[in-house]
Design a protein around this ligand. Structure first.
Ligand SMILES: [Zn+2]
Ligand SMILES: [Zn+2]
Length: 141
């Protein structure tokens, strides 16, 4: 299925490419290049980080994958290319998806601009970390 998808997007379905895309489709936690590489290298011992990086670049250029750059020093990848927002927890570094209705955003000021991509980034503390914090405070008392 992934193979056909790549062909449909005019990408030669090389084995490594199929594996990288499969990884992204099955790991919706917005992994980094390092995470994707570490997740695959056991199965693909000849894989290099450069190959992963170049494959992702190709996918991004072909609109198969989206780049998430909430932090300057950290690039993540998302196989969900529909418009949605990303929330990064500053405590556990998890990136969560949230749905946004981009039609409801007032972008009248951009009427004469061609929009290629819409990114919405939020930061804060996720519910799991908020709960942990509460527990810790209770234990301290
Ligand atoms: Zn968290
Ligand atoms: Zn996402």
């Amino acid at each position: 299925m992934v193979r056909e998808y790549l062909i449909k997007k005019n990408i030669k379905p090389l084995f490594n490419r199929i594996k990288v895309l499969e990884y992204l489709l099955s790991h919706r936690n917005h992994p980094t290049v390092d995470e994707i590489y570490n997740g695959l290298v056991g199965e693909l011992p000849t894989l290099s980080k450069t190959t992963v990086y170049n494959t992702l670049k190709l996918f991004v250029n072909s609109n198969l994958v989206r780049l998430i750059t909430i932090e300057d020093n950290e690039t993540r990848y998302d196989a969900d290319v529909s418009d949605h927002g990303h929330f990064k927890c500053e405590s556990c570094d998890q990136v969560s998806d949230f749905s946004i209705d981009t039609d409801k955003l007032d972008t009248a000021d951009l009427d004469r601009f061609k929009i290629v991509e819409k990114n919405v980034y939020y930061k804060g503390i996720c519910p799991g970390c908020l709960d942990n914090k509460k527990l810790r405070i209770q234990e301290d008392v």
